[in-house]
Ligand binder design. Structure first.
Ligand SMILES: Nc1ncnc2c1ncn2[C@@H]1O[C@H](COP(=O)(O)OP(=O)(O)OP(=O)(O)O)[C@@H](O)[C@H]1O
Ligand SMILES: [Mg+2]
Length: 231
């Protein structure tokens, strides 16, 4: 099966080595699979997502993207835009833009997408997320869960092969969370992509294909979800 992300012996230390956030992570993310990344607060989940998402660089170790090293990529910004979608732990919608404008903003630098298509894609995703009625509200003036869903719509609008989601269901009720997880499953199937979700939420673990557990910057187990294998 196609490996979209290969992480090899990744280390990340902060404050001149005082804080060891990642202690030798090796991990492969394959096409068509959803991975749940679990573990106690401070074990390194967000750090790992940030490194895979190219938002920060490792102290040592390597990450391959669809078989390529980052320094082989021609334009880092285009690569980021088209290959990786990121849902932040603390959703970073732009408060002075409306929800629809926030989603459209992820497509702005893509000259292949017209203004009309940008709008249509944003509206379709907001609808699927159940927040179309808030499309014209400013992000500062909607609820936490609505913002969270807006952030997911924004991350998906470019159809990225790799979606990295940091606690995407953190502030969300169980019914809405199931709707989001269904949408993420559809996305993985339609794009033959992969999703890595850092989470404390057992609903996420339930629908993941693989459950990865971390402790003190290390992966302590990685198991296929028996519930998903049966399907
Ligand atoms: N920029 C930073 N500078 C220094 N230390 C950091 C930095 N970012 C994270 N850390 C530390 O690295 C460790 C891992 O943090 P990380 O945010 O990856 O944890 P996490 O597993 O995502 O936790 P949570 O479940 O609370 O979100 C923690 O001890 C944290 O305090
Ligand atoms: Mg975190």
């Amino acid at each position: 099966m196609n490996s979209l992300i290969e992480v090899k012996d990744l280390y990340k230390v902060y404050d001149n080595g005082l804080i060891q956030s990642l202690n030798g992570i090796t991990l492969t993310l394959k096409a068509g699979k959803i991975y749940a990344l679990m573990g106690a607060s401070g074990c390194g989940k967000s750090t790992l997502l940030n490194l895979i998402g190219t938002l920060d660089s490792p102290t040592s170790g390597e990450i391959l993207y669809d078989g390529k090293y980052l320094n082989e990529v021609r334009s880092l910004s285009t690569f980021r835009r088209d290959f990786i979608g990121f849902v932040f732990q603390f959703h970073h919608l732009i408060p002075v833009l409306t929800l629809r404008e926030n989603v459209e903003s992820a497509l702005l630098s893509n000259r292949k997408v017209s203004a009309k298509e940008r709008r249509e894609r944003a509206v379709a995703l907001l609808d699927e997320m159940g927040i179309l009625h808030r499309a014209d509200s400013y992000a500062a003036k909607i609820s936490g869960g609505e913002r969270q869903r807006g952030a997911i719509a924004r991350a998906l609008v470019n159809n990225p092969k790799v979606l990295l989601a940091d606690e995407p269901t953190g502030n969300i009720d169980s019914k809405t969370s199931k709707l989001i997880l269904k949408k993420l499953r559809d996305h993985v199937e339609q794009t033959a992509g992969t999703i890595l979700i850092a989470t404390h939420d057992n609903d996420v673990a339930d629908i993941a294909d693989v459950i990865i557990k971390m402790e003190d910057g290390k992966i302590i187990s990685q198991e296929e979800n028996p519930r998903m294998e049966k399907k």
